[in-house]
Design a protein. Sequence first.
Length: 404
Amino acid sequence: MTTTTPSMQIELTNPTCVLWAVVALARLEEKLPSNSVAFQLFSEQEAPQLFRFRDAVEETIRTFSDESMTNVWCNLYQQRMDEIMNKLKRTATDYIQHPSSGLDPDNEICYLVSIFEAFHRKIRDEVPLGADDAFSGAGATNAVALQLSTLVGRTLHDIIGNLSVMLFEEAPDHLVNLYLEEHTTLMCQAIENYIRAQADLKVHANYDANGNIGEMFVRLIRAPLREQIDNCFEALSSRLDFAFGIVNAEDDDAKAEIANFIREVAQFFSYASPLLSDFWIQDGDSDNDSDGTDYHADHQFDRYTEEDWHWQEAILDELEDVLSGPENVTLDQVSSVAMTTDESSCDICGDTESTMRQLNACSHQICQQCLTTQLSTSHASRYKCAFCRAEFFPDQEDEEDQEE
């Protein structure tokens, strides 16, 4: 395992790849020190590597996951996918190689980033074309449900029949609860064993020979998965309780209940996974007047609390005024030659001779000389698009015009 680039030979071949992307991102976020620690390293030791990597991880999660499965990775346009993936790999490499990380050369981060990169490659190659596509949000969830049915379908089949008998015969609640608890444990263990084995990730090589990362995955999912299955059983019990009779597990209605139950469990490993719910953008978040305090607008990071970092994470997702770093970035990494007429001039300097460049992040155009000058400076906004900033802060521009 090497730290020169966080990449290994991992190949994901079917829509269940979303499951591995979920656990890899959730484990990455869990593994990294908090935002406050990252900023402390940045401000006190001039070590921004963790800060940038954590920012990349959180940006990846926000663009990957969504409760409604609308704004998710498979619906991104290809260029945006590649930008986020490249940023994740680049910042991971910088963090791993920096002494402040305190990581051993043989580390987990390479593996986790490589899992997500394998997922990214598969989605990029397949290019889901609609809601019915096998690699769409719904299609991937169906694929995970099919995999889970091979793991727990037989157990669930037995539960449907036995539970309906217990409810019909009005068995004591403690016996019903004990039965559900025992069989929930069996289902969780079957899923945990599948995750622990990581067979899908070992097509070419085994990068977790000692099994430590598999155990980390299992520990990560154990409690929330149990909660998900408990909730599904509670809903199932309510439906069976109103069935007014013993349910035959071979009936179409029972089969529909089984399929519905498994699909609800499959949501745990989907784009709408509760493992990533902390990064969902909630409706109305941007309408909270208490969010936009002056020190946020002025980027006075020394006044930030842990909650402020989460406010910033949500708001940043709505902005486009960012050019990809890192230090010493080249023109070609953040822009491409713009297709313009001979009369085009730069709106910043007015030059009509210099080649115009189109920014990858937002498609605004700026001349090559101005962009080169901006990227070579050391001020905090060297990766900000001037035109985007003008759109986000129009009042400042109006005030300047009035002063003139």
